[in-house]
Design a protein around this ligand. Sequence first.
Ligand SMILES: [Zn+2]
Length: 272
Amino acid sequence: MPELPEVETTRRGLAPHLVGQRIETAVVRNAALRVPVPSGLAKKLAGSTIRNVGRKGKYLLIDCGNGTLIVHLGMSGRLWLVDAGAAIDKHDHFDLVLSNRRIVRLRDPRRFGLVVWQASTAPEHPLLASIGPEPLSPDFTGGWLYDITRNRSAAIKLVIMDSHVVAGVGNIYASEALFRAGINPKLPARRIGRERYALLADKIRETLEAAIRAGGSTLRDFVGGDGRAGYFQNEHLVYGRGGEPCVNCATPIREIRQGARSTFYCPVCQRR
Ligand SMILES: [Zn+2]
């Protein structure tokens, strides 16, 4: 599943090829994504020029001047650039056709992704309005985490995966950041103090930035290629390493279930 680092790498990979390009049309082959692709999208997009490719959490925001095309990659989506005439796969649901004969293509086999339109005059789209601070921005601090968790008795791992608390920290990076901060993933959020939250905010940022750096080498995959999902195969410290020795203390990494997802942690390094 694409997490924030993959989405940010997609943004960085596509932006230089998109900004300044005029949109010729949009092709919707299958509108039945997580949210239906709005009808009449081609008409809204035709003739506009892409001004910027931004991101909020895991949403890509393509600024077209008269509005913003909002794209989410869901569980299995990939957005990349192909030349006009490239073969069309049955999972290629959406194309943004540029006037330079290139196409921004969305392939999404599981169709949990989405493509929606927000007119520039409209209030912020409900999908984006309730998202918490961006973890790589200065708005995201230990103080914010501390303040928002004073009444929350849910486990800290589940709380940092809540997009109202912080945007786009998924299952993998939640486990990784908690390990780096030495915090037990089962600890009730309200029992964590200011100092440890400051450390956790730093470690969330550090973990995501490291993954984005590692993804830099795959940037070329966002242009051309066959559209196979190029999600990162990172070396994780705890995620996916159940039963293997901890990199710090050699204790076997423990795997538990939290909120129907796997959590990995070291019972010694993350004792409390
Ligand atoms: Zn350990």
